[in-house]
Design a protein around this ligand. Sequence first.
Ligand code: AHG
Ligand code: MN
Ligand code: MN
Length: 334
Amino acid sequence: MTKHVTLTQFIIEQQRELPGVSGAFTSLLNDVVTACKKISHLVNQGNLIGVLGSADSENVQGEVQKKLDIITNDIMVDALNWTGHLAGMASEEIDDIILIPPQYPKGKYLALFDPLDGSSNIDVNLAVGTIFSILRCREGVDPALEDFLQKGAEQVCAGFVLYGPSTMMVLTTGQGVNGFTLDQDIGEFILTHPNMTIPNDTSEFAINMSNQRFWEPPVKRYIDECLQGKDGLREKDFNMRWVASMVAEVYRILTRGGVFMYPYDLRDPSRAGKLRIMYEANPMAFIIEQAGGACSTGRERILDIKPKALHQRVPVILGSKNEVERIVGYHQEG
Ligand code: AHG
Ligand code: MN
Ligand code: MN
């Protein structure tokens, strides 16, 4: 019989190698896993339990919330606030930082999450996901906003769960990237994709082409050259994908390479891109770099940015290293 390694076993064994590890992090990760299993179940049930559709409310970013945006946010908060492992949380769906209720003990970590990524896909039955980032915090305090505004390079752990044909968790603690598939029969994530790595070269790009007229010249140039295919400077044909769900795009890139972009665009000059740094760009950048890829705004490495606000947006260019470096080069040339 094949011996399966569960996510819990994998994390315990990985943590054992590290000096001074208390087990708190392993427990925290288990709490995140429990929340994501619940979300996986809800997403799978869909309209059988009436969770699809709009919630008639807006989040702090002025986006119309789906019912599932709110339900999944509550699942994450309720699964994590009582356990004693966290000092605080932050969510795409909540304006301010979330403190631990006074009746519960406080821990030494902060959890930041996008409870439902790609939520415009939920009503059309396409892939969605949950993204999370774990940071360290000063112990025994109620954290302030400043405690959250750490560079992505400081992350202890980052991961996402993709609710697709299979439910998959992809995880890094800074020792490479591993993928786990949820075995629905036994309710455990099983290691199915050890040591995920991204090829340096690719001929596949992902960008929302409907924004083309708002892009800056370096991005226009890169995509123009891809579109010219064999007849142009790149001397090869490119393929294009756009799922409108970053979790699905990043998973595809981890599987077969590619480049994903939500670049700066001129639609609203006060808005630096669409994706949020703390719970979308940073965790994905950590994962992508750990898998041998690269992640940049076009002008700087995402993980080096010191965030100024909880819901700050950032341009994102990530994926196969040589392509990302080419695009960064185009930005340098101006
Ligand atoms: P969210 O559903 O959490 O708001 O994030 C959606 C994001 C991201 O997952 C995706 O790549 C992008 O928005 C899609 O944007 P467009 O609809 O502009 O293509
Ligand atoms: Mn998102
Ligand atoms: Mn979301």
